[in-house]
Design a binder for this molecule. Structure first.
Ligand code: HEC
Length: 143
């Protein structure tokens, strides 16, 4: 019993200590003129789907949820957002030229068609991000 209590105490102290290691939760300011919407001119339907299902990890407009403030979830969320933005950032589309836009649109279609995006762990917490066959058709239009 004593060992159990000690173990729980150690865990509690570790949990509290972990809260001091806070990752940066950034939403860097970005010029709307540099966005995917402004440059690649997707349809309004496509924008609506991307806003609903992708922008948390693929734009500078992340809605950081409450659990992104609690370690160790905070570390996982920040890592996903950083990795997601690095691969595809709708707020920083000026980095991509015409050719890259074509490639990225193809990748988007591929990822949603194969069900890899949005990630499976994300949709139970964000039910609005689940994609219907229609949503997938919208994102794949012209591909
Ligand atoms: C919970 C965060 C999250 C959400 C929501 C999310 N993604 Fe991602 N996405 C990632 C991460 C992280 C990566 C990088 C994966 C890697 O490096 O292997 C990624 C990578 C990608 C890539 C690049 C794949 C590659 O092989 O380079 C595309 C395209 C993509 N996502 C599209 C989407 C689309 C479209 C949506 C919405 C339907 C979406 N993602 C929603 C986190 C997310």
């Amino acid at each position: 019993m004593k060992t159990l209590k000690l173990a729980l105490l150690v865990l509690a102290v570790m949990f509290l200590a972990a809260q001091f290691v806070q990752p940066a939760r950034t939403n860097p300011p970005s010029d709307p003129a540099h966005s995917f919407q402004a440059i690649a001119k997707p349809t309004a339907e496509a924008v609506a789907v991307l806003d609903r299902a992708c922008q948390d990890c693929h734009s500078n407009r992340t809605a950081w949820p409450w659990y992104s403030r609690v370690a160790p979830a905070s570390w996982l969320v920040a890592r996903d957002v950083n990795n997601g933005r690095r691969k595809l950032n709708f707020s920083e589309w000026r980095l991509y030229g015409e050719e890259m836009t074509r490639i990225k649109k193809g990748e988007i279609c591929e990822q949603v068609k194969t069900g890899k995006m949005p990630p499976a762990f994300y949709t139970p917490l964000h039910r609005e991000a689940r994609l219907s066959p229609d949503d997938i058709r919208v994102l794949c239009a012209g591909q």
